[in-house]
Design a protein. Structure first.
Length: 475
């Protein structure tokens, strides 16, 4: 029987290079760009073949744990484990913790594949051929990375120079090259034998842990301690914060791959993008006859080679060439596609100003384990929200010290608890929750529950929630 691969999906990044759709609390891996799935969900689908893969392990953080669980649930893909990083420590510590977990759950002979959750990949025959080649090399004790056939002299990626081919089909690694200047990238492409460093790996667990003990013992010690003292929280495994924080902040590339003699590379011709800029989104999408990618709810006239996307208002673009026009619910970005790698600098500028810093952190729509809410309007001592609750879910039993609430059901059926009274509300019915009253909202139906909430009071912050009972373990 062919050995299955344990996929380990890294889903904790908080990048904002695809602003304004990507924010610190809602990063690109959990957002739909083109198609009906998020990048994280597309990653789950790629590792869903039970003949090739075990159930995946996901490594993420506290803020994203319910997004991970809900997006996996939407696809009905079971997860073997969700590891929660208490602090960010780059990839080496996360890889070490996941490898140790895989060794415990799947055995010391396990093979793990490390995947980023925010890459766009065409999972065609070439992709799975590369996966099987990497598995064969890993079964022979090699630490495998994937080198992507370059299509241009990109300066945003590291490169790998390959050596002679091995019987497994993988190649020796001659050297890793840092992100180059354009002139050097052009020279490497002209010389041949250089591939983009994809950040995708295949490791035999025993050999990986042995090499980490040799080259990154502080990382391995911190990760092992954090895992041994981890706690269970619903379906999540919380790594111990004190010990995990002791790990050096270093990538698996620097910690092990650039030092070990067991590193090999699988040259890979499948389509790959790290989706690090709007230009990358445009290149990977399906363009119309004018070279445009125009998402739903847009109108494009006399425009060429442009990316037009909106998650909010209707967006109309006329007479533009080679631009990105991206609208979220509360912000719009307009800039040349060729300069979209510089969005990060713009985000830093916005984050440093009090009036605009929130635009880099949160969306008007926030997601919770039970559904979520959209902020519609904020005024003096009042605000209006759209609340949506997934079928079968319920909010915590709670109360507020500084606000009262009015709920109006616009879709579905609501089960409302106020004090000792429980009542059912249907469309066009409403209820009032006085300040300080214990209350709860639930969706007992089979369709999404939507309601309009009007809050009034002296303080309307999300931290004015006193949870009395919560099925998601929140306080």
């Amino acid at each position: 029987m062919t050995q299955k691969i344990v996929p380990v999906i890294m889903a904790g990044g908080k990048g904002t290079r695809l602003w304004p759709l990507s924010r610190a609390t809602a990063p690109k891996q959990f957002i739909q760009f083109v198609g009906d799935k998020t990048l994280f969900q597309e990653t789950l689908v790629r590792v869903s073949d039970p003949a090739l893969y075990e159930a995946p392990v996901v490594v993420t953080n506290e803020d994203f744990r319910f997004l991970v669980a809900e997006q996996a649930r939407e696809l009905d893909i079971p997860l073997a484990a969700v590891l929660l990083e208490p602090v960010a420590r780059n990839t080496a510590a996360a890889v070490a913790a996941a490898a140790s977990l895989a060794s415990e759950h799947f055995g010391k002979e396990a093979i793990i594949q490390m995947l980023a959750s925010d890459h766009e990949i065409l999972a065609d025959e070439a992709y799975f051929d590369a996966i099987r080649t990497a598995r064969d090399a890993a079964l022979k004790g090699k630490l495998v990375t994937f080198g992507i056939t370059p299509t241009e002299p990109a300066t945003g990626y590291g490169y790998i120079e390959i050596g002679k081919q091995l019987p497994s089909g993988a190649h020796e690694v001659k050297r890793f090259v840092e992100k180059p200047a354009r002139e050097k990238a052009e020279q490497m492409l002209a010389a041949g034998g250089f591939y983009w460093n994809s950040g995708i790996f295949m490791f035999p667990v025993a050999e990986l842990l042995s090499e980490m003990q040799e080259y990154a013992p502080d990382v391995l010690k911190a990760a092992d301690k954090a895992l041994s003292k981890a706690t269970r929280d619903l379906d999540f495994t919380r790594l111990d914060a004190e010990h995990f924080a002791k790990s050096p902040d270093i990538s698996i590339d620097y910690a092990v791959m650039e030092k070990t003699s067991k590193a090999v590379v699988v040259p890979s011709a499948f389509r790959w993008s790290d989706m690090g800029s709007w230009d990358a989104v445009w290149k990977t999408g399906v363009q119309d006859e004018n070279g445009n990618i125009a998402a739903a709810n847009t109108t494009v006239v006399n425009t060429r080679n442009s990316l037009v996307m909106t998650h909010g208002v209707h967006l109309a673009v006329q007479g533009m060439d080679d631009v990105a026009v991206i609208a979220s619910e509360d912000a719009v970005y307009v800039g040349p596609l060729k300069e979209s790698q510089e969005v990060g600098k713009l985000v830093k500028l916005l984050a440093g100003q009090k009036k605009t810093s929130k635009l880099t952190e949160t969306h008007p729509t926030s997601y919770r384990p039970w559904g979520g809410y959209t902020s519609i309007f904020n005024g003096d001592r009042f605000q209006v929200k759209r609340i949506f609750v997934t079928p079968g879910k319920k909010l915590s039993l709670q109360k507020h010290h500084h606000r009262s609430e009015h709920w109006i059901v616009v879709k579905g059926t609501a089960e409302v608890t106020i004090g000792d009274n429980v009542q059912m509300l249907r469309e066009n019915e409403s209820v009032y929750i006085p300040l300080g009253e214990v209350h709860r909202l639930a969706n007992p139906g089979k369709i999404l529950l939507e309601l309009i909430e009007v809050q009034t009071g002296s303080y309307l912050g999300e931290d004015d929630i006193i949870r009395i009972v919560d099925e998601f373990g929140r306080t």
